[in-house]
Design a protein around this ligand. Structure first.
Ligand code: PHE
Length: 340
């Protein structure tokens, strides 16, 4: 038998070999590729053949070597554990802990606030972030020279002096009042923009939740009660006070403070030693605003309020720097993981 015939025969043998365990794979490897293995013997014989035959014979030999190696690779993969037993998963094992992502703290606070108002009969509305002057300012009784329209506070869309990024969620009030007949009882969460580059801590984008209640005979006392119920439900603190304030779209206007207490050093720090914390702006909707949206201000009255979600979230979680909310540091965010 010629060398080539021998090799072809070996190839057939290799192809028909069945390897049934890791041991058999190893024995096969030694038989063919070991120091005293078949391929070494063939190589010795190869040396002796005439040079002009070497090319053709070498190619056939390489083919054999490749099929041997493939057989070994296949076997090793199949019998990974050297005992030759295939690992069977234990389907009865209890599964380990799932690693869930976490909701963003601003999202958690937003949902909690909305759900408190929903329980009081408010429904949720939203509106566009890119707005026109009417919905952000004019329809809310801002005079043409009001400082909030100033370039320093408001982002204008280039080339469109009438189009702005809304500076507050009060714009949604106007949209809803224009299209809905009272009674109106809504909360409006959303993102707002202000050009407040006054310090490195300032952020040009934040979130607010707005509230609006309009019906016949709605009074300041109704507002006070709703805000009191909210504060109690959210913070577990029932003592509030209303301080006179000013907004163009409410009359009278107020700031609502909650009595936070002075129990810990942190309480002293965040309340500046007073025990009181400002939570939101509010007031009775100015009759001009009702009229501008087509609501009969003789018949209907109502109140509105607006709060910043970041500020509430800082108080809820004791976060001392606004920037944590926007940096997406996993060490910060994963603290808000909830087990499901
Ligand atoms: N829009 C006001 C602000 O951005 C908050 C507010 C809303 C005040 C509704 C009164 C009534 O500061």
């Amino acid at each position: 038998m010629s060398l080539v015939e021998q090799i072809e025969q070996l190839k057939l043998e290799v192809a028909s070999t069945q390897l049934n365990s890791a041991d058999e794979v190893e024995a096969f490897r030694v038989k063919y590729l070991g120091r005293k293995g078949i391929l070494n013997d063939l190589f010795e014989a190869f040396k002796a053949i005439p040079n002009e035959e070497k090319k053709a014979v070498g190619a056939v030999m390489n083919g054999l070597k490749t099929s041997v190696q493939e057989k070994i690779d296949e076997g090793s993969l199949q019998f990974k554990s050297n005992k030759g037993d295939v690992e069977v998963p234990d389907f009865t094992r209890p599964y380990g802990e799932w690693s869930h992502g976490s909701r963003h703290p601003l999202q958690l606070v937003r949902e909690e606030i909305l759900s408190i108002f929903e329980r009081m009969g408010f429904s949720v509305e939203d509106g566009p972030e890119i707005e026109d002057d009417w919905h952000v300012f004019s329809g809310l009784n801002f005079s043409p020279e009001h400082p909030a329209r100033d370039m320093q506070d408001t982002f204008f869309v280039e080339g469109q002096p009438d189009t702005v990024l809304r500076t507050h969620t009060s714009s949604v009030q106007v949209r809803v009042m224009e299209t809905t007949k009272p009674p109106i009882r809504i909360v409006m969460p959303g993102r707002v923009y202000r050009n407040e580059a006054i310090s490195s801590r300032a952020h040009c984008q934040f979130h607010q939740i707005e509230g609006l209640y309009i019906d016949e005979g709605v009074s300041f006392a109704d507002m006070k009660q709703v805000l009191q119920m909210f504060t109690e439900a959210f913070f577990g603190k029932a003592k509030i006070r209303l301080r006179p304030s000013y907004f163009p779209f409410t009359e009278p206007s107020a700031e609502m403070d909650v009595y936070w207490g002075l129990e810990t050093p942190a309480d002293h720090r965040i309340t500046k030693g007073t025990g009181w914390l400002e939570i939101m702006g509010c007031g009775m909707v100015d009759p001009n605003v009702l009229a501008a949206s087509g609501i009969d201000s003789e018949k209907y009255s109502g109140f509105a309020f607006g709060m910043g979600i970041e500020r509430i979230a800082m108080l809820r979680y004791g976060v001392d720097d606004l920037r944590h909310f926007f940096e997406n540091d996993m060490r910060f965010l994963s603290q808000f993981k909830k087990t499901i």
